[in-house]
Design a protein around this ligand. Structure first.
Ligand SMILES: NC(=O)c1ccc[n+]([C@@H]2O[C@H](COP(=O)([O-])OP(=O)(O)OC[C@H]3O[C@@H](n4cnc5c(N)ncnc54)[C@H](O)[C@@H]3O)[C@@H](O)[C@H]2O)c1
Length: 355
């Protein structure tokens, strides 16, 4: 029987890949993409399937809009990708993460519960809900792989909001009998990825011969999952997952960020001298962070003192709280234009290599 599927966050990276995946494999199904279109949502991501799907612009936090969509399209399956998804932004502005990741998930679950009740006497079964979560809910895993029963130990407001969303799902299964499952996917990459994310950012910077901003020593491991594999695993969980259960979706491709960079540069035929900047810690002073980010456009290029090589165009900054930062500048004028001195964060300047 043809199914009717609602993909919330369907204009984002994984959501739009999932919509294309579903339309390709289930051409008789009715697919509704539902998205509020934040900066990360992009309608052209769906251009290839535009005439084969319905699109609703709406917010998952709007109960009326969600309820009307479920009823109007007689939805059988809801896959929720909608989220604020950029970890660094969650440090600057956590509220948006909570609105979508917690209140939005609550609204979707409540609408599912009401729709199930409305259908109780009719032929259509209650809708099935799948919450797309992330392995970031486990926090930092030093050795081995996380299993679903491990404790949740989120380390960013993003991951905390995702963990909260999962717990809400569980509570609706237990309390209201909503038919819902959760997946925890690894770091996903592939076509239509937003250019602020690691792989597309590094690819575009490398293509333009710009430096690649790596966090820390670049030795953090991440498990990489190709987006179509992620979509396929979500379908498997939709078909075979047990209500109330959570399923990891690993990529089984663990690489340090340095190794990712090495492989990208090799694939692009670019020299490894494109990777000079290492950031010791996230910038604590958010105003300074914003100004530097505004200037660089794609995140601050910051490096650890002992990684600095004479000849690099850089200026050392030493900020409050004993965190040492550097920011790439072309000239001293640029630094002045950045206004970092006026932020009172510069106590030491060195301009080796900067003209
Ligand atoms: N990217 C990854 O590596 C990864 C890994 C595992 C899990 N996930 C999860 O998968 C989901 C999708 O991630 P992504 O990388 O595609 O993110 P994305 O930022 O590219 O897409 C999110 C989409 O949700 C939409 N959205 C945001 N708030 C909304 C709201 N209130 N109502 C309706 N739509 C809203 C945005 O407009 C955007 O289109 C997220 O829930 C994320 O936590 C991502």
């Amino acid at each position: 029987m043809a199914e009717r599927i609602l993909v919330t966050g369907g204009a984002g990276f994984i959501g739009s890949n999932f919509v294309r995946y579903w339309v390709d494999r289930h051409p008789d199904d009715a697919v509704v993409a539902f998205d509020v279109l934040t900066y990360a949502g992009n309608r052209p991501n769906l251009a290839a399937v535009e005439d084969r799907i319905a699109f609703v612009q709406g917010d998952i936090g709007d109960l009326e809009g969600v309820t009307a969509t479920l009823a109007e399209h007689e939805i059988d399956i809801i896959v929720n990708f909608a989220a604020e998804s950029h970890v660094d932004r969650s440090i600057l502005d956590p509220e948006a993460f909570l609105r979508t990741g917690v209140i939005g998930v609550h609204v979707l679950l409540d609408a599912c519960r009401a729709e199930a009740a409305a259908r109780a006497a009719g032929p259509r079964p209650a809708p099935r809900y799948l919450q797309v979560s992330t392995d970031e809910v486990y926090g930092s895993v030093e050795t081995g792989r996380s299993v679903e029963t491990d404790a949740l130990a989120p380390r960013s407001p993003y991951a905390a909001a995702k963990a909260a969303g999962e717990l809400l799902v569980r509570s609706y299964v237990v309390t209201h009998g909503v038919d819902a499952v959760v997946t925890r996917g690894s770091n996903t990459y592939g076509p239509y990825h937003h250019p602020e994310k690691l792989i597309p950012l590094f690819v575009t910077n490398a293509l333009e011969d710009r430096p690649l901003p790596l966090y820390g020593d670049g030795l953090q491991q991440r498990d990489w999952l190709f987006v179509t594999d992620h979509a396929g695993a979500i379908e498997t969980v939709l078909r075979r997952g047990q209500a109330g259960e959570t399923y990891n979706i690993p990529g089984s491709a663990e690489l340090t960020n340095r190794e990712v960079v090495r492989q990208l540069l090799e694939a692009l035929g670019k020299p490894s001298s494109n990777v000079p900047f290492i950031m010791p810690k996230r910038v604590a002073d958010t105003d300074a962070f914003k100004q530097i980010e505004d200037y660089t456009g794609s995140g601050p290029y910051i490096f650890k003192r002992d990684e600095y090589k004479p000849g690099d165009k850089a200026v050392y900054l030493k900020a409050d709280r004993n965190l040492a930062y550097g920011v790439v500048v072309e000239t001293m004028d640029t630094l002045n234009r950045l206004g970092v001195e006026s932020l009172g964060m510069v106590t030491e300047l060195r301009s080796e290599g900067a003209p």
